[in-house]
Write a new protein. Structure first.
Length: 102
């Protein structure tokens, strides 16, 4: 049952990350034949920032890093890979003879 809950939780988190990525890449019209990123326009107007390419790049870079980090952490902790168990100590191990030195 715990595995099912983890899979559902991971699927929901990944869906939210993809939805946030869609919102972060959507373009809005700023003027006639002029488009800009909707998220950047909202952040800029909310914080009262100037229309700077450097600030726009920094904001979008931060969003991209945050989304990639959430995806990494989701795959790391919600969908852990199976770890191989070591061979039992009582099992016979094959002996590889050493090469004779010249």
């Amino acid at each position: 049952m715990q595995k099912v809950v983890r899979i559902i939780l991971g699927t929901v988190v990944i869906g939210l990350v993809l939805f946030a990525a869609d919102l972060a890449t959507r373009d809005c019209t700023v003027g006639p034949y002029a488009y800009d990123n909707c998220m950047w326009i909202r952040v800029r107007t909310h914080l009262g920032l100037p229309a700077s390419r450097l600030l726009r790049m920094a904001a979008l870079e931060f969003v991209g890093i945050a989304l990639a980090s959430v995806l990494y952490l989701t795959f790391r902790y919600v969908f852990p890979f199976r770890r191989t168990t070591p061979a039992p100590q009582d099992s016979p191990q094959t002996h590889v003879p050493e090469r004779p030195s010249n």
